[in-house]
Ligand binder design. Structure first.
Ligand code: FE2
Length: 275
C-alpha cells in the first residue's frame, strides 16, 4: 500500500505549529490537506476516476451536514471540532480502497472504517489536535458499524452519532438519485438486489415499522433497500438530523412509490416525515 505523501502533504503532516489560533469550526487546513491527498491518490489510480470524484463530493457534503448538526445542537467548540474532523476523515480510505481493489464493497476488500483510522494515524494528521485524536479516531472507526458499543464516553457517543447521521443523510440522497435514475446509472450500480416488485422482506418491513434498524442480510429487492435507507430516519440521534432528513426530502422520495406489501410501513413513515 502506498503511504508516501507529496511535499505539500508532508509539510502538513510534519508541521510542529499547534492549531491554537484556529477557531473550533475552522478546519480549512485539514480540508486543504484532504484535497491534496485525494488529488495525489487520484493521480496514481489506474481505474476510472469518476467514482473518486463522487467520494470527494460525498465527504464534503457529510462535513456540511455535521457542521449543521453541531451548530443546531449548540455543541461546545471542541466537540464541534471533533465532529468536523471525524466527518472530513471518515472515508479517507475510500481512495486507497478503490485504487487497490477497484470496489467500495467492504466484504470484497477491507473494512473502510478501520482503514481510514490506519491512514489518519499513519499520516499523523491529528498530530496538532492531540486532545481530540482518540475521539475522532473512535468516530471514524465506528461510522460504518451496525451498532455502537455501550462503553463510549458521552462525547465519543455524541461525535459518533453526528458522523453516522451526517453520513446516512447523504447516503440517502445518493441512493435516491441512483434508484430514481437521476444519476444516469442503473440501480445495480448501487445495489445487487433484483428490481422486482414481487420480492419483499417481511423482516425489513417489521424492523422499520418498529422504528428499528433493518438488516442488510434480510434484503430481497431494490424496494427493500429503498425502505431500509428511508428507515434510517428512525435511527437519527438528534432532532436536527431528523429535520435535515425531512428537509432534504430523500427519505420521502425513496418510499412514496412503493407497491402494496409496503403500504402500512409507507403510511407510517410518510406520516412521521411530516414532523
Ligand atoms: Fe464510510
Amino acid at each position: 500500500m502506498k503511504t508516501d505523501t507529496s511535499t505539500a502533504l508532508h509539510e502538513f503532516c510534519s508541521a510542529d505549529t499547534p492549531e491554537t489560533s484556529a477557531s473550533a469550526g475552522d478546519v480549512n487546513s485539514h480540508e486543504e490537506f484532504f484535497r491534496l491527498y485525494v488529488a495525489e491518490l487520484t493521480g496514481i489510480c489506474p481505474h476510472d476516476h469518476a467514482p473518486l470524484q463522487l467520494k470527494l463530493e460525498h465527504t464534503f457534503r457529510v462535513l456540511e451536514n455535521a457542521r449543521f448538526i453541531a451548530k443546531e445542537e449548540h455543541f461546545l467548540p471542541l466537540v464541534t471540532r471533533a465532529c468536523l474532523l471525524a466527518a472530513l476523515y471518515h472515508d479517507i480510505s475510500r481512495f486507497e480502497q478503490y485504487r487497490i481493489w477497484k470496489t467500495f464493497r467492504d466484504h470484497e476488500s477491507c473494512d473502510h472504517g478501520e482503514l481510514s483510522v490506519e491512514l489518519v494515524q499513519r499520516m499523523n494528521v491529528m498530530k496538532k489536535e492531540p486532545e481530540l485524536e482518540n475521539c475522532v479516531l473512535t468516530a471514524i472507526r465506528l461510522h460504518n458499524k451496525r451498532t455502537l458499543p455501550e462503553k463510549l464516553s458521552e462525547t465519543e457517543h455524541t461525535v459518533c452519532s453526528v458522523i453516522r447521521d451526517a453520513d446516512r443523510i447523504d447516503i440517502m440522497q445518493i441512493i435516491d438519485e441512483h434508484l430514481s435514475g437521476k444519476s444516469g446509472t442503473s440501480p445495480d450500480v448501487i445495489t445487487p438486489f433484483p428490481d422486482n416488485p414481487n420480492l419483499f422482506s417481511q423482516s425489513v418491513i417489521k424492523a422499520v415499522l418498529e422504528r428499528k434498524a433493518a438488516s442488510y442480510a434480510d434484503l430481497k429487492s431494490v424496494n427493500d433497500f429503498r425502505l431500509l435507507a428511508a428507515g434510517w430516519f428512525y435511527l437519527m440521534g438528534f432532532e436536527s438530523s431528523k429535520r435535515l432528513t425531512v428537509q432534504a426530502g430523500h427519505a420521502r422520495s425513496l418510499i412514496e412509490h412503493l407497491p402494496f406489501p409496503y403500504e402500512q410501513v409507507q403510511l407510517q413513515l410518510l406520516n412521521d416525515l411530516q414532523c
